[in-house]
Write a protein that binds this ligand. Structure first.
Ligand code: ADP
Ligand code: F6P
Length: 323
C-alpha cells in the first residue's frame, strides 16, 4: 500500500451549501495526519488544466458557514472521453498526488469511479448535492439546506395564498429526484406534490380542489419537482379543469445557495474526516456515506445506481395532514 503524503481535492457538479464545510474538514483532517492537500479549481475541467492551489490550514478559514464552494465548480461533459481522463491522470501524477477526494454528486462519482477503477488513482467520494440521490447514503450534504431554503419561500407564499384565496403551483429543483419536493411539501403543509418517481392523477387533484372549495378549503399549494412537469403546465391544466385562478412560482437556483444548516455542516465535517480515514487506510473506489447515523463506505459503482429513494409513506402522510 502506497503511503499517502499528498492528496488532491475537487468540488464538482452542481454546487450546494456545505461543500465548503466538507472542504475545510478534508484539508484540516489531512493536516492532522501530516498529509498535504492540493485543490483544483473548477472540478474536472480545472483538474485537466492543472488549475491547482495548495490548501493550508488558513486557506479554509471562515468557510464552514458559507454557501457555494471556494474551489468553484463546473460541468465538463468531455470527461467521459478517455483522452481527458488520461490528461487528468497525468496532472495528478505531475503534482505527486497519492489520492483524490471528489466532493460532488452522482455524475462526479461516475468520473471518480473511472479515476479509481480504470486509472488506478486511489479515489474517495464525498456526497454533496441538493438532490440527495446517492444510493447507499441516507443523506447528502446540502439537501436539507436546500429544503430549508425552499420552505422559507413556501411559507411566504402561503401568506399571500391564504389572504387572496388562491391556488399556487410551486416548482422546485430535482430533475429525476423528488426529495426536495416531497420534503418541502410535507414540512410546508402543501396540499399536493408531483414527483418524478410517482405517477399523478391531475383529474383527481382538480376534483379535490373543487370539493375542497365547498367545505371552505380556499388556498392550495401544489409543489412540483422540475422532473415531474412544468409548474406552468400544471397550473394551466388546473385553471381549465376547475375554473379557478392559479399563480406559478419557479424557485430555481435560489435553492442552491444560502447558509448551510447545522445538520449539513455536521454531516460535511464528518464526511470529510471519514474520507481522509478511508484514503489513509488504503481504500479506493468508495464514497463515504451515512446510514442510521453511522458512517460507512459504499462502492462508487453502487452509489451511482439510479434507484428510487422516495419514501412513499411521506406522501401518504402529507395527504392525511392536508385535509
Ligand atoms: P453531479 O456530480 O452534481 O451529479 P454532473 O452530473 O453534472 O453533476 O457531473 C459532474 C461532472 O462529472 C460532469 O460535468 C463530468 O465532468 C463528470 N461526469 C459525469 N458523468 C460522467 C461519466 N459517465 N464519465 C466521466 N465523467 C463524468
Ligand atoms: O444536481 C443539482 C441540480 O441543482 C438539480 O436539482 C437541477 O436539476 C440541476 O442541478 C440544475 O443544473 P444547472 O445548474 O446546470 O442549471
Amino acid at each position: 500500500m502506497r503511503k499517502i503524503k499528498r492528496i488532491g481535492v475537487i468540488t464538482s457538479g452542481g454546487d450546494c451549501s456545505g461543500m465548503n464545510a466538507a472542504l475545510r474538514s478534508v484539508v484540516r483532517c489531512a493536516l492532522y495526519h501530516n498529509v498535504e492537500t492540493i485543490g483544483f479549481y473548477r472540478a474536472y475541467k480545472g483538474l485537466v488544466r492543472n488549475e491547482s492551489v495548495r490548501l493550508g490550514r488558513r486557506s479554509v478559514s471562515n468557510i464552514v458557514g458559507r454557501g457555494g464552494t471556494i474551489l468553484k465548480t463546473d460541468r465538463f461533459p468531455e470527461f467521459k472521453e478517455k483522452s481527458w481522463q488520461k490528461k487528468a491522470v497525468s496532472v495528478i501524477h505531475k503534482n505527486k498526488i497519492d489520492g483524490m477526494i471528489v466532493i460532488g454528486g452522482d455524475g462526479s462519482f461516475r468520473a471518480a469511479h473511472k479515476l479509481s477503477s480504470v486509472w488506478g488513482i486511489p479515489t474517495i467520494g464525498v456526497p454533496a448535492t441538493i438532490d440527495n440521490d446517492i444510493n447507499g447514503s441516507d443523506f447528502t450534504i446540502g439537501s436539507f439546506t436546500a429544503v430549508n431554503v425552499a420552505l422559507e419561500a413556501i411559507d411566504k407564499i402561503r401568506d399571500t395564498a391564504t389572504s387572496m384565496e388562491r391556488i399556487f403551483v410551486i416548482e422546485v429543483m430535482g430533475r429525476s429526484e423528488g426529495f426536495i419536493a416531497l420534503h418541502v411539501a410535507l414540512a410546508g403543509g402543501a396540499e399536493d406534490v408531483l414527483l418524478p418517481e410517482m405517477s399523478f392523477d391531475i383529474d383527481r387533484m382538480c376534483e379535490d380542489i373543487k370539493e375542497g372549495r365547498k367545505i371552505g378549503k380556499i388556498s392550495w399549494i401544489i409543489v412540483v419537482a422540475e422532473g415531474a412537469g412544468k409548474a406552468e403546465d400544471v397550473a394551466g391544466a388546473i385553471s381549465i379543469k376547475t375554473g379557478f385562478e392559479t399563480r406559478v412560482v419557479v424557485l430555481g437556483h435560489v435553492q442552491r445557495g444560502g447558509i448551510p444548516s447545522a445538520f449539513d455542516r455536521v454531516l460535511a465535517s464528518r464526511f470529510g474526516a471519514y474520507a481522509i480515514d478511508l484514503l489513509l487506510a488504503g481504500k479506493t473506489d468508495k464514497t463515504v456515506a451515512v446510514e442510521a447515523n453511522r458512517l460507512k463506505a459504499v462502492s462508487l459503482s453502487t452509489a451511482v445506481k439510479a434507484v428510487s429513494r422516495i419514501d412513499t409513506s411521506l406522501y401518504d402522510l402529507m395527504k392525511i395532514l392536508a385535509i
